[in-house]
Every structure is written in structure tokens, then in C-alpha cells.
Design a protein around this ligand. Structure first.
Ligand code: SF4
Length: 318
């Protein structure tokens, strides 16, 4: 039997962000020289791409349109995005598809471990879409992925970058009990912008999540990040630093927000590199063990090297 695909009358492909389709186009600010990166396709890039595809995995590197993908994938550093590629939230900054996700794949944890082995990763970073549709927000699945990596690569270290598990009691404790080496949860922006930039989230809930991880296990490294250029003020950024230190967060990342499409939140400003450097000095003065602050800083950029520096910084303070 021959199956004929009707490409003329077939319904159009579903947009990545249906909830944003009716928004007016936001103006695009021209990018300054310091933000432009060349995405060269290297041998390592091809191999990373092959391993990711072969194992049927998603990466935030691709889904978020990360500007560092050429550099990271050349070195076979990919950040896995588990629980599908469809998110139940609709943050105004994010390029990940929104909609109703598929059921969880119980074989995914083993595939993440296998792909990590194939890539030769010593420090494995795992993030996910938001899964508000699940009773535990996907916490048990995170724990299963951590367990599978520990079983397959006992020498490796593991960093999780989790959603906020809003209204999912016990979820943070479930992930923390699986004992990742680093527990990251990004605040993303300053509280005054939550309503427009991160409408499904609550600033103080995210802050409490980070404090909760420290309360559960004071030895676990905690990490959080924000983006600049969304419309925040300098004083607000400094206040976020103080809030994160109050929650005993160890590691702060600060990077430039890049607008994925015209339907996303506009870039209010491209923050110059020297301003990032100034925030880095201030953050160290406020007591963070590690700070990464530059236009192209992303949560998982150089995560392995930064983890080694983080450990050394703690050891140096003891
Ligand atoms: S910075 Fe992180 S998200 Fe971006 S390409 Fe590198 S590993 Fe992937």
C-alpha cells in the first residue's frame, strides 16, 4: 500500500509558542559586537549531535537556542533536558515549546546515563521542562535520572537545574534526597519583572526552594542565576544578590538575556562586559563562593570546570 501525504491540505505545523502568537512584534535591538558568536560546526559538534539523537534525548542547548552551542558541543558538553521538549509554563523569555507534554518515558534515565558515558562527561548537567501536569512536578523522574547516572558513572558529578515545583509538596526533598552534587534553580530575573517575564512563578517561592535545599543538606552546593537586559535596575540586581546570600546560595551566574523571537520579551538593553565584571566583584564581596558574570554566561556554561573551582573555594574557606 502506498501512503500519500497530503502536504497541500495538511494543517500547518503547530507553532512553538501558541500563547504568544497574537502578541505584537517586539522591536529587535541591534546586537553589539561582544554578543555575536560564530557557531562553527566541528567534528566534536557532529559527534555530540549524533549521541544526543541516537539516544532520543533533548538538550537545552538546542531548545533554548544557546549561543554557546558551537563551543560546548565541540568539547562534547551538552546539557540534557529531560521529561520531553514541551513545557507547561509560558515564560516570556524562553524558547522552549509550550503546550501539553507527553507522558514520562521510564527508559529516559538509562538513556541519559548511556549518553553521558558515550560523551565522556565527568560532570553531568540535567535540566527539564516544567511539568505542572505531574503530581510531583517530575521530582521522582529527576531522582531516577540521578540514580541511573550514579549507577552507570559512579565517578561523575551531577548538577541539576530544576523547575520551581510550585504547589508540589515534597518535590524538592525528593530531588535533594537523590544527592546531586549541585542543586541549581534559577531566579531568572528581579521580583518586579516576575509578572511579565515569569508569570507562572513566584519569586519568594523560588528563593525558599534554594533555602530548603540547604536546610535539607548543608553540604550540597546551591546555585542560581539571573539574566540582565530584561528591564531590571542596578539596585534590584544588588537586592537579588542579597536575597540569594540570605538563602545561603553558593554560586551565582549572571548572563545577558537574548530575545528568541519578536514575540518574546524585548531586550531592554545590552549590558556591557565591564558592567558584568562590576557585578561579579560585588557578588564576591557579598560572600558567594563562585560567581560567573559575563554576557555569554549561562547556567551550564563551563559547569564542569566551575564545579572544580567551587569545591576549591569551599575548601579554601575551611
Ligand atoms: S552553555 Fe549550557 S546550554 Fe549552552 S550550549 Fe553550553 S551546555 Fe548547552
Amino acid at each position: 500500500m502506498v501512503v500519500v501525504l497530503d502536504t497541500v491540505n495538511a494543517p500547518p505545523a503547530r507553532p512553538r509558542h501558541p500563547e504568544k502568537a497574537r502578541r505584537p512584534d517586539a522591536p529587535l535591538l541591534p546586537k553589539p559586537a561582544w554578543i555575536r558568536v560564530k557557531t562553527s560546526v566541528s567534528k566534536g559538534f557532529g559527534e555530540t549531535h549524533g549521541v544526543v539523537r541516537e539516544h532520543g534525548l533533548h538538550t537545552v542547548c538546542e531548545e533554548a537556542g544557546c549561543p554557546n552551542i558551537g563551543e560546548c558541543w565541540a568539547k562534547k558538553h551538552a546539557t540534557f533536558m529531560i521529561m520531553g521538549d514541551v513545557c507547561t509554563r509560558a515564560c516570556a523569555f524562553c524558547n522552549v515549546k509550550t503546550g501539553l507534554p507527553s507522558p514520562l518515558d521510564p527508559a529516559e534515565p538509562a538513556r541519559v546515563a548511556e549518553a553521558s558515558f558515550r560523551l565522556g562527561l565527568a560532570h553531568i548537567v540535567v535540566t527539564s521542562v516544567d511539568r505542572d501536569d505531574l503530581a510531583d512536578g517530575g521530582a521522582a523522574h529527576f531522582a531516577a535520572v540521578i540514580a541511573a547516572i550514579r549507577a552507570g558513572l559512579p565517578e561523575s558529578t551531577i548538577e541539576v537545574l530544576t523547575p520551581d515545583f510550585l504547589r508540589k509538596p515534597g518535590a524538592v526533598a525528593t530531588v535533594a534526597a537523590a544527592r546531586p552534587d549541585v542543586f541549581n534553580h534559577n531566579l531568572e530575573t528581579v521580583p518586579s519583572l516576575y509578572l511579565t517575564v515569569r508569570p507562572g512563578a513566584r519569586y519568594f517561592h523560588s528563593l525558599r526552594l534554594l533555602q530548603q535545599v540547604k536546610d535539607i543538606d548543608p553540604s550540597m552546593f546551591t546555585k542560581s542565576g539571573i539574566m540582565l537586559g530584561l528591564g531590571e535596575t542596578r539596585n534590584e540586581v544588588l537586592q537579588v544578590m542579597d536575597d540569594l546570600r540570605s538563602a545561603e546560595v553558593d554560586f551565582l551566574t549572571i548572563g545577558q538575556y537574548l530575545q528568541p523571537t519578536r514575540k518574546h520579551h524585548p531586550v531592554a538593553r545590552y549590558v556591557p562586559p565591564e558592567e558584568f565584571a562590576s557585578y561579579e566583584s560585588i557578588a564576591y564581596a557579598k560572600g558567594f563562593l563562585m560567581v560567573s558574570s559575563s554576557p555569554l554566561t549561562r547556567s551550564s556554561h563551563h559547569a564542569g570546570e566551575d564545579f572544580q573551582r567551587l569545591k576549591a573555594a569551599r575548601d579554601g574557606r575551611r
